[in-house]
Write a protein that binds this ligand. Structure first.
Ligand code: FO1
Length: 340
């Protein structure tokens, strides 16, 4: 008898890449082009190491990008923040000479951060805050068929060491958001520090979402500062080794570079080859202590399939450009086929 259709699907997600993939996955489940049971539940475990405190507000870029994207509130051009956004508060802060001015907080987006900050200060954990925000953004459209969980309720921040001739050590450390937003990742990331990660624990429901899954998907998010940080939360890697669900990933690297973002710089910073096979080797096969069973690469990297299979992974080459929801849904279906 063919494997029953997956019902509990868990996706480990960063921001834009993961959100885009999720749009296609959910489109595919809705239209039947992705073979899942009709009472499928998708649980998103999102990276929170991009988070930062700014102007007294807690900003959670990956949680918000997934929430706004799936809730149809995202600005489609930027891929982050709200559609129909205005920037009056940002402009007023700049007029006051308040720093930093390089991080764009839109007026509508600020309401999200005010609600989150007030709830955190009232003692609610980030997971409860996220559930509350999703009552507005996701529950009306998805009900119980979609859950968004932070990887942890604990504070974790990715910091980046860059060269600084004025500093005695020759380096200075900045928040990941400054590296990405102000510097556009245009200088080498000489070292990465995941502040608080080793002391963090999985948020409520995260371990069960993995161990109880019928399918776990690693979308084309950043393998270092998005998926890598999720895997770095003590207990999450163990849950992946324990789950009976197949774990299948999609390469964020096509040819010699990322499709969008800064995966190339991040992989280089930790000495991982910037290729579909390099990332597969970095994640590793579960049969050899890694986290993946299968790995999808773009057709342009079909010549790497043999090398990936030699590393103990199932592999296939399919179109991996998320050009529209149907194309992304086909990618999700291909990931499921690899998992069979
Ligand atoms: N990205 C930018 O390139 N410039 C910004 O000013 C900016 C502001 C911003 C505010 C809220 C938010 O949720 C995301 C924001 N981002 C911005 C995107 C953010 O840097 C990325 O979504 C991830 O953190 C990196 O993947």
């Amino acid at each position: 008898m063919a494997n029953p259709l997956p019902r509990a699907i868990t996706v480990l997600s960063g921001g834009m890449g993961g959100a885009k993939f999720l749009q296609g996955l959910l489109h595919g489940i809705r239209t039947g082009t992705v073979p899942a049971s009709d009472d499928a539940v998708v649980t998103v475990v999102a990276n929170t190491a991009d988070d930062l405190w700014i102007h007294g507000l807690k900003v959670c870029p990956d949680l918000d990008t997934v929430m706004y994207t799936l809730g149809d509130g995202i600005d489609p051009e930027r891929g982050w923040g709200r559609r129909e956004e205005t920037w009056s508060v940002k402009d007023e802060l700049a007029t006051y000479g308040v720093e930093p001015t390089w991080f764009g907080l839109g007026d509508r987006d600020i309401a999200t951060h005010l609600v989150r900050t007030q709830m955190l200060e009232a003692g609610y954990p980030l997971s409860a805050v996220t559930t509350a925000l999703c009552q507005r953004w996701l529950t009306p459209a998805y009900g119980d068929s979609l859950r968004l969980l932070p990887m942890t309720d604990d504070r974790v921040e990715t910091h980046v060491a860059i060269a600084d001739a004025e500093a005695p050590s020759g380096r200075r450390v900045i928040h990941f958001q400054e590296y990405w937003v102000r510097l556009r990742a245009e200088v080498p990331a000489e070292a990465l520090a995941f502040v608080g990660l080793d002391d963090s624990s999985p948020a409520p429901g995260v371990v069960e979402a993995i161990t109880g899954a019928d399918l776990v998907i690693v979308p084309p998010s950043n393998p270092v500062v998005s998926v890598g940080t999720i895997l770095g939360v003590p207990g999450i890697r163990e849950a992946l080794l324990e789950t009976t669900a197949p774990v299948v990933g999609l390469s964020p690297i096509v040819g010699e570079s990322h499709v969008r973002g800064m995966a190339e710089q991040m992989l280089t910073s930790i000495g991982v080859e910037v290729s579909a096979a390099g990332v597969a080797g970095h994640y590793g096969a579960r049969s050899r202590g890694g986290v993946l069973d299968g790995w999808l690469v773009d057709e342009r990297d079909a010549d790497q399939v043999a090398r990936i299979e030699q590393a103990g992974l199932r592999a296939a080459a399919v179109p991996l450009m998320m050009t529209d929801h149907p194309a992304t849904a086909r990618m999700a279906a291909a990931a499921m086929a690899l998992a069979q």
